[in-house]
Design a protein around this ligand. Structure first.
Ligand code: ZN
Length: 134
């Protein structure tokens, strides 16, 4: 098993950041060929997702997040910390994904990429990658 934590700097309040290459690099450095790769964010205003890296679609996803969870509502959490919308979006997205590792490679589909989703940027973030298997 290996565990790596890498840093990420985000520039926007909402930012959908492709981290597939970083994960592939870590997987390549491990001696595991078959098993599981877990990608995890310890931050409660962020998300980890898998989907297609197509510019228009990423904009659509961002628009959907803003429509489903509008920024300017009378949220309870905003009384102590003005970022309830960021937390709620994170609740909905989730903060971890696990991907099968097969024959030394991430078993992603042709159109799948791994994204870190910043929901309360700009910030410095950490992503934890755990590779287990044989
Ligand atoms: Zn908060």
């Amino acid at each position: 098993m290996i565990r790596e934590v890498f840093d990420l700097k985000t520039d926007e309040r909402i930012e959908i950041h492709d981290i597939t290459q970083e994960i592939q690099l870590i997987v390549g450095q491990s001696s595991c060929k078959n098993g599981l790769v877990n990608i995890y964010s310890r931050h409660s205003t962020s998300g980890i997702v898998i989907n297609e890296n197509e510019k228009g679609l990423l904009k659509d996803f961002q628009d959907a997040l803003e429509n489903i969870v509008p920024p300017n509502k009378n949220y309870n959490h905003n009384r102590i910390d003005n970022n309830a919308d960021s937390h709620i979006r994170s609740f909905l997205i989730g903060n971890t994904v696990t991907i099968p590792l097969y024959d030394g490679k991430l078993d992603l589909g042709t159109w799948q990429s791994i994204f870190f989703v910043e929901l309360d940027g700009p910030r410095r973030r950490k992503v934890t990658v755990t590779v287990t298997g044989d």
